[in-house]
Design a protein around this ligand. Structure first.
Ligand SMILES: [Zn+2]
Length: 290
């Protein structure tokens, strides 16, 4: 199954609440996923709003995810670590109320520590965090995202090691970030196949993939750009997904948000049409090509 959506309230949506964004995602864009962004500090979500998100997304088959605030350091100490827990827990509680599948968090920074020490700390601290999830009966799973800068913890291999060491954590595959960190490493079909090959031991039933173009230099991401403005092609990724029937959710994190989500959709449908030989396709219906 392929789900497609965008990170946050669509830019072209007049109403600026998450409720407006969700309805717009379904009714106007005809997409079936949305990642609610708690990235600009701590945002209060009223119970009534959370309940609406839960009911509407369920009735209309829109899959929800949540992104916790960007600045998180699970390799930090004292106040910085406490604040990181707080940001993730705040987002996770809201995510759980909304019935969201995943709460996405960034892992943290090496700082002056070695890579191994950073790894150990993040493993220890995520275990502790998941203990709190369990105590609070939070059913939303915790996702840790790959990061696009050398100084920031979060290469694909590092994220996989965390997920391998801590039960119940899932990797969030930021393909733009991976592309930047590997200094433009995602160009051909084999490059994308390699990602799934590395993930295979985790036996995931679903992949949450963030899609954006990136501007990068020397293995460091500067900022997100529209998908078409980047030298990372989308078609080989879509081919790999369709050929293997991977169960994925593709979330556009591009500055064009929903416009690029719709672009992803068109690319998926083009790829389906190529296989069926027909002149139309629906990204939600893969029955003819499986
Ligand atoms: Zn992120």
């Amino acid at each position: 199954m392929i789900r497609i959506g965008q990170a946050g309230i669509p830019l072209s949506c007049k109403g600026r609440t998450n409720k407006d964004g969700l309805v717009y995602t379904k009714k106007i864009l005809d997409l079936n996923a949305m990642e609610v962004q708690f990235v600009r500090g701590l945002y209060i979500m009223e119970d009534e709003e959370a309940q609406f998100m839960k009911d509407y997304s369920k009735e209309n088959d829109v899959e929800l995810h949540v992104h916790a605030p960007y600045y998180i350091n699970l390799a930090g100490v004292d106040e910085e670590l406490d604040l990181s827990y707080e940001k993730i827990l705040f987002s996770a509680r809201a995510a759980d109320k909304m019935g969201a599948k995943t709460v996405v968090a960034h892992p943290g920074y090496y700082g002056e520590q070695t890579q191994r020490k950073t790894m150990k700390k993040i493993i220890k601290n995520t275990k502790k965090l998941l203990g709190i999830f369990k105590k609070e009966k939070i059913k939303t799973r915790l996702g840790i995202e790959t990061m696009g800068k050398q100084k920031v913890f979060g290469s694909l291999d590092e994220i996989i090691e965390i997920c391998d060491s801590v039960k119940d954590i899932v990797p969030i595959i930021g393909i733009g970030h991976i592309h930047a960190r590997t200094n433009g490493g995602l160009k051909k079909r084999e490059d994308f196949e390699e990602i799934f090959k590395k993930l295979k031991p985790l036996k995931l039933k679903h992949y949450l993939i963030h899609v954006t173009g990136v501007l990068y230099e020397n293995g460091n991401e500067y900022y997100h750009v529209p998908i078409k403005k980047c030298d990372m092609p989308l078609a080989p990724l879509i081919d790999v997904i369709l050929d293997n029937n991977y169960n994925v959710t593709l979330i556009s994190e591009s500055p064009l948000l929903e416009h690029d989500a719709v672009y992803i959709r068109l690319q998926v449908e083009k790829s389906i049409m190529k296989r069926t030989g027909k002149e139309e396709a629906d990204y939600r219906d893969l029955s003819e090509i499986l």
